[in-house]
Design a protein around this ligand. Structure first.
Ligand code: UDP
Length: 422
């Protein structure tokens, strides 16, 4: 199949681990690569965010990235991208007009859904079924972030509009299925396919980052408040009070995608460092800034436990990477983490926003070596069985094939959103 991916802010070419570059970039890059390895032809459309980028870039065998001119050729926060989406839709449609329409288009994040629908609707004679993955839902973000949510107000109606217009939705967790159903989206068009991990890159075998005899806890992710690193710092302070000699290493940044500057130049790192000082554990928390994917397995393997205590989490690739590396996970029981981490089997789940429970679970994992070894073994097995990108790509392609075979309508009829202006 000829597959078009649309990922407006999250390019496979970007370095991940900063404010707007994380799981979606990894997902689009890995899914596209795995689909290509299964014989499909994949083009990823993203917004040009640097002047020097070529229009088309080969991204491994069978995958091309097209940098579409839509708004300034520089990094723009994703919450400011909506005005440029019609231009992105036009750029995609232009490419299809020149090179032929794809068999299916799969958009990622709500604004990409608008761009994909706009491109499809501007070619009424073509038949291009639309598949969408939300990655995050505005309604959940607003629930937890309230006034701090900087999403454009129009997300409140445009996101459900995407959900009702597309031919199929690939949700990444059961929790997302419930949220979509609460929004009135027909369950019949929602398919659950999780995110994945590359077990060749993330494995228990290989070197590890230097460490001392202290227990090492690891937090990995884009540094945004909702990732709940404050809760891990509080849990560390409790371990400290209980006399456990432990440290926390925090990987990731809140700066630009290409940021490699000194970690403490980062405002979110400064805020968290202040929290660590206030909790009396400043000397036990280390911030590395953004770390490249290729260097991450060494960090995972150096840890005794990986801790993920987000306020909410649409999927959460980090626990999969930890499990693939054989490191026990302690995670808040929210969103996709409830699917990936089987409590007591591949990790320990704790109630959200609960530093005491997090500390208690960590104490168990750190002190019970038999439990830790068993979680490690079961985590690796679970990832191999359910969460390889190869499997994710196969299951996603099955959704595409059903639509193509059924000759499904490109999108469900309903008055068009402005869409492409051509
Ligand atoms: N990541 C990275 N370098 C960092 C921090 C994070 O490569 O310094 C990657 C991490 O390995 C994972 C992704 O960013 O693959 C985060 O994905 P996740 O689904 O956990 O969170 P999201 O970014 O989608 O909120």
């Amino acid at each position: 199949m000829r597959i078009a991916m649309v990922s407006e802010h999250a390019s496979p070419l970007a370095a991940v681990g900063s404010v707007d570059a994380g799981g979606q970039n990894v997902h689009v890059a890995a899914l596209s690569t795995a689909l290509a390895a299964q014989g499909h032809d994949v083009t990823v459309y993203t917004r040009r965010d640097a002047a020097a980028l070529p229009h088309r870039v080969a991204f491994g065998a069978g995958v091309e990235v097209v940098n579409v001119d839509a708004g300034p050729a520089m990094r723009v926060p994703k919450d400011e991208l909506l005005p440029y989406i019609p231009q992105l839709a036009d750029g995609i449609a232009d490419d299809w007009a020149r090179r032929g329409v794809p068999d299916v288009v799969h958009s990622h994040f709500w604004m990409s859904g608008l761009a994909a629908l706009g491109a499809v609707e501007s070619m009424p004679l073509a038949h291009v079924p639309t598949v969408h993955t939300f990655h995050a839902l505005g309604v959940v973000k607003r629930r937890f972030q309230g006034a701090a949510d900087t999403s454009p107000i129009a997300r409140q109606w445009l996101e459900p509009h995407v959900g009702s217009r597309v031919a199929a939705i690939v949700a990444t967790s059961q929790d997302e299925v419930r949220e979509l159903s609460d929004q009135g989206i027909a369950e019949g068009k929602v398919h659950v396919v999780p995110c994945g991990v590359d077990p060749a890159a993330f494995s228990a075998r290989g070197g590890s980052a230097a460490r001392s005899a202290r227990y090492r806890l690891l937090s990995v992710g884009r540094l945004v408040p909702r990732k709940g690193v404050d809760i891990v710092i509080d849990a560390l302070a409790r371990l400290d009070r209980d006399g456990m000699d432990a440290e926390l290493v925090v990987l990731g940044s809140s700066g630009g995608a290409a940021e490699t500057a000194g970690a403490l130049d980062d405002p979110e790192i400064s805020r968290l460092a202040d929290s660590a000082a206030a909790a009396g554990v400043a000397d036990r928390v280390r911030f590395t800034g953004q770390i490249d994917q290729a260097a991450l397995p060494r960090w995972y393997r150096s840890a005794d436990a990986v801790v993920c205590t987000p306020w909410y989490e649409p999927f959460g690739i980090v626990p999969l990477e930890a499990m693939a590396c054989g490191v026990p996970v302690v995670a808040a029981a929210v969103g996709g983490l409830q699917d990936t981490v089987v409590d007591g089997v591949t990790g320990l789940l704790v109630p959200p926003f609960d530093a005491d429970a997090t500390a208690a679970a960590l104490t168990k994992v750190l002190t019970d070596t038999a439990l830790s070894a068993e979680l490690s073994r079961a985590g690796r097995a679970r990832v191999r069985e359910n969460y390889t990108w190869t499997r994710v790509a196969r299951d996603t392609a099955r959704v595409y094939e059903q639509l193509v075979d059924a000759g499904a309508p490109a999108s469900v009829a309903e008055p068009a959103w402005g869409g492409a202006s051509r």
